[in-house]
Design a protein around this ligand. Structure first.
Ligand SMILES: Cc1cc2nc3c(=O)[nH]c(=O)nc-3n(C[C@H](O)[C@H](O)[C@H](O)COP(=O)(O)OP(=O)(O)OC[C@H]3O[C@@H](n4cnc5c(N)ncnc54)[C@H](O)[C@@H]3O)c2cc1C
Length: 385
């Protein structure tokens, strides 16, 4: 049975994009239904640090009930499919009709068709994943004579996680081998050669083995083979890609390879003017390429999508989303690489501090902000969390 919402607006996902849309719609008279399986949002950029035990969990989350505007109701459920032609979403066992929809569920790790036992692989997409990695890595260190970390994927998540866990092992007095593999021939492909060399030199100086052009060929839950070499009794992390978090979307849509939805300049779907997508769910093209997945684009994109829904409700024309790239920083615990607004490169401890600062600025409360600020001033403060 299709349930008609008393209000008309449904938002899927209460991350950076979904929350900003809620805020943009706070003054509308409409009842908004926010569907999200979690009790609150998570500061995803802090997850590699959390997995390594460098950041306390209280700084990366806050319940929706403390932050959502009064006209937003949170339904704790997972959307498994969207039918754009009938205007309905399937949330757990409920079929809900909408008049206006924002698709902002973010992305989830992509295991592709890998036949390896997923339950023994450690992917990092949620708070639960970070908690699990933290717990299981500590157990692994405790019971393993010669620990070895195998990480598939040389994007920022894979490299940050590798270094966070490596330094955790070091802090625990364990010498932990690290192997990072990727079928692609280069790591962090969007970086210029010089900056990439800097990252590679840092990883190698820590003793990491970086094998590019190499895939994991087998993994039985304990031992792995990559590029013909056997790695016994590994702690295996999977950071080889991500995909759209809603598995099925029916309708006349166009998607890029990782499932992101192609959107019009105002973030609506081309054949569905009442449906918008933002954050990791939207493929926003710039110079013929979709923009990278980043907090900044999700934050302002979600806000613009919310404003455009409000404008549609009032019968006014929508406005285009004009993303501004404020830059990025990838922290590796002891050093970093980053590019700030204006093209300025940052490296070393400064980038680590900026990363904590940005986690604070985009955080959900003054208390969380203050905690992140303390970490920015002293990145080792979280070492005993
Ligand atoms: C480990 C990690 C590190 C990162 N580091 C950085 C960084 O340093 N800098 C940076 O700019 N970006 C970083 N990113 C990317 C950045 O976090 C994302 O681009 C951003 O969070 C996207 O915002 P969003 O609102 O689209 O999705 P999210 O913030 O992922 O929020 C999506 C929400 O939707 C909910 N949801 C998921 N599936 C469903 C479903 N089926 N039905 C209903 N709700 C659902 C989730 O519970 C979540 O609350 C990182 C990402 C990860 C995973």
């Amino acid at each position: 049975m299709v349930e008609n919402m008393s209000g008309k607006i449904v938002i899927i996902g209460g991350g950076f994009a979904g929350q900003q849309a809620c805020n943009a719609l706070r003054r509308s008279q409409e009842h908004i239904l926010l569907i999200d399986p979690n009790p609150g949002p998570t500061m995803l950029p802090a997850l590699p640090d959390l997995a390594g035990g460098w950041v306390p969990e209280r700084l990366v989350r806050r319940p929706f009930r403390e932050i959502l505007p009064a006209n937003v109701e949170h339904l704790q459920a997972t959307v498994s499919s969207i039918d754009l032609d009938s205007g309905t979403v399937q949330a757990d066992d409920r079929t809900l009709a909408y008049d206006y929809l924002l698709i902002a569920p973010g992305s989830v790790p992509n295991f592709y068709d890998s036949p390896f036992p997923h339950e023994q692989m450690h992917a990092l997409g949620t708070l639960a994943d970070a908690r699990r990695i933290r717990r299981e890595f500590e157990e692994y260190l405790g019971r393993t004579e010669s620990p070895h970390l195998l990480v598939a994927g040389t994007g920022y998540t894979g490299l940050e996680l590798a270094m966070s866990l490596f330094f955790r092992a070091k802090a625990a007095g364990k010498s932990c081998g690290v192997t990072i593999v990727d079928p692609k021939p280069v790591l962090l492909p969007s970086l210029p050669d010089r900056q990439r060399r800097y990252v590679l030199d840092f990883l190698v100086a820590q003793g990491a083995e970086v094998r590019l052009g190499v895939a994991v060929e087998s993994f039985d839950g304990r031992n792995a083979v990559a590029g013909g070499k056997t790695y016994p009794n590994v702690f295996f992390c999977w950071a080889a890609g991500s995909k759209l978090a809603v598995p099925e979307i029916k309708g006349r849509i166009a998607q890029v390879r990782d499932g992101r939805l192609k959107v019009a300049p105002d973030l609506s779907l081309p054949n569905y003017p009442h449906v918008f997508a933002a954050g990791d769910a939207a493929a926003i093209e710039r110079n013929g390429q979709p923009l990278r997945k980043a907090v900044n684009f999700a934050y302002y994109g979600g806000r613009r999508a919310g404003q455009n829904i409000a404008r549609r409700l009032r019968g006014r024309p929508t406005r285009p989303f004009r993303p501004v790239d404020l830059g990025w920083v990838v922290p590796f615990r002891e050093t970093s690489i980053g590019r700030l607004f204006g093209g300025l490169w940052v490296r070393g401890r400064l980038g680590v501090r900026l990363h904590h600062l940005m986690c604070g600025v985009r955080n959900y409360s003054f208390k969380n902000f203050a905690g992140c600020l303390q970490l920015a001033l002293n990145p080792n403060l979280g070492a005993n969390t």
